[in-house]
Ligand binder design. Structure first.
Ligand code: IPM
Ligand code: SF4
Length: 418
């Protein structure tokens, strides 16, 4: 029987030859991730359940990323409890503050391979679909069940495909594509569905650009998000892991709930207006909005290609004196590459602040917090009210290129204009 990416991975994890949308299956989990905020909740549920030992410490990954470094005594004590837990359980895949954001660390440190089933205490666990991995978020109770048993149940989702033809124009990125889909099709287009992004425009993207699509699949409500498993993926995985795997592809005759065709050549840089990811307009319609802060970072847009795109625009330029620019690499590895390539010097010379790898400003924790009525343009994933600070603050979303151009002028600006 033919299948989509989600169907094939769930069938394999359930030990079945095939599954169909709507089936309920119990699956073996390949990798389980809980970050600093999630691990505390999982520890509490395990204690309530009377579970003293996790099922397989080698399959559990714990990165300390959300509040990193600690910004309060309470948080520092929380992290002490997590360190005691991982030590007691023999969990060696523990990543200290500053290593990076979980979704980046998982593939950088070789924790999965195409065809794997990954769960994490974080909605952006869908990111792993850029590597052919079915990744999805779980709450603390479900994750405690996984930590105890190595299994969880799934309802097999229907799959929706986005077939993207043509090529992206200058300063038009996969972030603009994702925002365009959110605007055109609504943020419910992926509700409890699996998304597959395919076509020439996607195959031409570097892995970092594809990752933005699978990462933000959750912004479209999706259970999973995938881009194609091609040589770019297998070369990356082979460099960082040992052992065999099956580089899965969706079958040609797989059944899709819908197939949407999009021409990348027709896309323009996009902006999501406050306070919803689906409030999307072309950059021209938001141009001129004055900015107190610009943020380039998060698991969505703190990747090497994102920093490179921002540095190319900021080279030899200066950030507007009334605007603060914060740049946050998604991992220490990316930070190091950006230093070696001279991008961090470009940010510093332009008057920006480059922080350690952390969720930080993306979730209003510890740095880059917005005050009353402040306005921020953010190359990240969510612009919900109050996410970065005060309820009266406003967050606009864009690509890193648009954010960098806007930091120079101090107002929302088309990157083609600087
Ligand atoms: C803290 C965590 C549960 C949350 C998520 O699941 O997405 C966070 O990472 C976010 O981006 O809002
Ligand atoms: S960077 Fe932002 S979106 Fe990504 S995991 Fe952290 S808080 Fe969530």
């Amino acid at each position: 029987m033919s299948g989509t990416m989600a169907e094939k991975i769930l069938a394999s994890a359930a030990g079945r030859s095939a599954v169909a949308p709507g089936d309920h299956v119990v699956c073996d989990i390949d990798v389980a991730m809980s970050h600093d905020l999630g691990t505390l909740g999982v520890i509490a549920r395990l204690e309530e359940m009377g579970v003293n030992e996790v099922w397989d410490p080698s399959r559990i990954v714990c990165p300390m990323d959300h509040v990193a470094p600690s910004h309060s005594i309470d948080d520092a004590n929380d992290k002490r409890r997590i360190r005691e837990f991982v030590e007691r359980q023999g969990i060696e895949n523990f990543y200290e503050v500053g290593t990076g954001i979980a979704h980046e660390v998982l593939h950088e440190r070789g924790h999965y391979k195409p065809g794997d089933l990954l769960v994490g205490t974080d909605s952006h666990t869908t990111s792993a679909g850029a590597f052919g991995v079915a990744g999805t978020g779980l709450g603390h109770t479900d994750m405690a069940y996984v930590y105890a048993t190595g299994q969880n149940w799934f309802r097999v989702p229907e799959t929706v495909k986005f077939q993207i033809g043509g090529t992206f124009g200058e300063h038009v990125t996969s972030k603009d594509l994702l925002l365009s889909i959110a605007g055109e099709h609504g943020t419910g287009v992926g509700q409890y569905r699996s998304l597959e992004f395919a076509g020439s425009a996607i195959e031409g993207l570097p892995l970092d650009g594809r990752f933005t699509l699978t990462n933000m699949s959750i912004e479209l409500g999706a259970k999973f998000g995938f881009t194609p498993v091609d040589a770019a993926v297998t070369n990356y995985i082979d460099d960082r892991t040992d052992g065999e795997y099956d580089p899965l592809r969706a079958d040609e005759d797989a059944t899709y709930r819908a197939v949407h065709e999009i021409d990348a050549d027709a896309l323009r840089p996009k902006i999501a207006l406050p306070h919803k990811v689906g409030n999307v307009v072309d950059v021209d319609e938001a141009a001129g909005v004055e900015l107190d802060q610009v943020f380039i970072g998060s698991c969505t847009n703190g990747k090497f290609e994102d920093l490179k795109a921002a540095a190319e625009i900021l080279e030899g330029e200066t950030v507007d004196p009334d605007t603060r620019l914060i740049v946050t690499p998604a991992s220490r590895e990316i930070y190091g590459r950006a230093v070696r390539e001279g991008h961090v010097d470009v940010f510093t010379d332009a008057g920006a602040t480059t922080t350690n790898a952390t969720c930080g400003a993306c979730i209003g924790m510890g740095l880059g917090v917005l005050g009353d009525d402040e306005v921020c343009l953010a190359a990240m994933n969510r612009n919900f009210r109050g996410r970065m600070g005060a309820d009266s603050s406003e967050i606009y979303l864009s690509s890193p290129a648009t954010a960098a151009a806007s930091a120079i002028t101090g107002r929302i600006t088309d990157p083609a204009e600087v």
